[in-house]
Design a protein around this ligand. Sequence first.
Ligand code: RTP
Ligand code: MG
Length: 148
Amino acid sequence: MKQRTLVLLKPDAVNRRLMGEIISRFEKKGLKIVAMKMLWMSRERAEKHYEVHKDKPFYESLIDYITSGPIVAMVLEGDRAIEVVRKMMGKTNGIEAEPGTIRGDFAMSIQNNLVHGSDSEESAKREIPIFFDDSEILEYRLVDEVWI
Ligand code: RTP
Ligand code: MG
């Protein structure tokens, strides 16, 4: 079941020079990058992206954090990509995330946890257009796609 998911490398990933490390993990796993850009989120875009959390106690802090510096936004595609990315990210809190996951290997915080990945098909469909127009999502074939 081919799926698309929105992945964000949050400001701490950029600041800690972990962009390449994280992107590399997704590439090596076999996920396909079909859209990618670096941007600095406005408060408006951040509030839209995180609207499901607007009543949570951590909401204001989360908006400050996600708008504190540049991020990378990507659309990853693959068989059950949503679940695969969530597994690779690990638990929200870096302290609880399993070693081998991105957060488990590189994060020690519940907020500054390096990556975002859509949590369901419904979320992916809502989140992707916040960052990408249809024309920015590329359809192409990788030469080794048949092996993955
Ligand atoms: P994400 O949405 O970023 O992929 O992460 P997630 O599903 O694992 O976590 P979620 O519950 O959706 O929370 C969104 C982001 O808010 C920050 N957070 N801070 N201070 C806190 O208690 C707290 N809890 C969550 C994290 O940056 C989390 O990824
Ligand atoms: Mg979430």
